[in-house]
Design a protein around this ligand. Structure first.
Ligand code: FES
Length: 175
């Protein structure tokens, strides 16, 4: 269903409380905001830009976005916490987003989830001890016809079995 997943960007070790956007980020933010009638309307793409840059959205990044767009920090935090696409903690190199909605459940997601939790030694929200994989639960990924489906970083993998999943994880872990 897709090619090899690329690892997520490594976040800087401990972002400072007073995070500031560099010139490249400022340029991209300006280009985003030019598409909207007011700065606050560009919140989602600016947050996505932050996540692409750092791999997650830290409290410092939320504060910087709020200040840059003229929004209340609590509002920005509320948006970040609403969408599962935004990570509020540094993920492992590979973010495993497992669809647990009904269509995938009927196709065997439960068995995959049990296997993933055993293999990685984590529950949903956890990161494997080697830092390679973060396991999260998400709702429908929009590929119900190929369930069970897991998104690994930007790539989808469908029609999964425990054996196929293990082969994928083995390959990713060795990359
Ligand atoms: S129910 Fe899993 S992709 Fe839609």
């Amino acid at each position: 269903m897709s090619g090899p997943a690329a690892p997520v960007a490594s976040p800087p070790a401990g972002q400072p409380a007073g995070l500031a956007f560099d010139a490249a980020m400022e340029s991209e933010i300006a280009a985003i905001l030019a598409r909207y009638p007011r700065p606050g309307a560009g919140l989602l793409p600016v947050l996505w830009l932050c996540q692409r840059r750092w791999g997650w959205i830290s409290p410092a990044a939320m504060s910087a976005v709020a200040a840059r767009l003229g929004l209340a920090p609590a509002f920005v935090e509320g948006v970040v916490s609403f969408y599962t696409m935004f990570q509020r903690r540094p993920p492992g190199r590979f973010l495993l987003q497992v669809c647990t909605t009904l269509s995938c459940q009927l196709c065997g997601t439960g068995e995959l989830v049990a296997h993933l939790k055993r293999r990685l030694g984590v529950d949903f929200g956890g990161t494997s001890a080697d830092g390679a994989f973060t396991l999260v639960e998400v709702q429908c990924l929009g590929a119900c016809g190929e369930g069970p489906v897991i998104q690994v970083n930007d790539d989808y993998y469908g029609d999964l079995t425990v054996e196929r999943l293990d082969a994928i994880l083995d390959r990713l872990a060795a990359s």
